[in-house]
Design a protein around this ligand. Sequence first.
Ligand code: HEM
Length: 148
Amino acid sequence: MDALQIFPHLNGFLNLTSGLFLASGFVFILRRKIHAHRFCMLAATIISSIFVVSYLTHHALLTYAYGLGPTRFTGEGLARPIYFTILLSHTILAAGIGPFVIITLYHALKGNFAKHRKIARLVMPVWLYVSVTGFTVYMMLYHFYPSR
Ligand code: HEM
């Protein structure tokens, strides 16, 4: 396996790990465990940021260094509309959520918890959706329907 082929698995792993921190952070705040919530949410943010860098590096290498397009989805029949619906909703939400995560974090770190809670109640489900669908796309593309 060459360096380029490691990226999808690294990205899938980062996505899953950040999703697990997100879900744990949510459970902790529901139980009023603020320190554990803070730790998990900061970990999820850092891991997601590393994911974005790794994802962009992978696509830049594929496009500019190797002259390759995006990985083709080889599933057939019902798997195709399912895959592309998940991919489209994932991509749109993933592209838009970054600034909202920063605002949510900003209010929390400033101790502005009323504002934090208000926006976080929207950001949390969307971020969880992006995380779960990101891992689903990875599993479908590289494990359930691999191109070779
Ligand atoms: C982007 C990262 C974060 C997200 C998405 C997030 C998400 C949430 C959510 C969904 C709630 C509301 C739970 C409910 O419905 O009762 C909440 C509450 C809270 N979060 Fe965060 N959180 C984040 C980062 C942080 C950080 C870094 C801290 C630092 C201390 C923090 C402290 C709190 C506190 C104290 C509450 C309770 C607020 C209240 O009930 O008035 N959060 N968070």
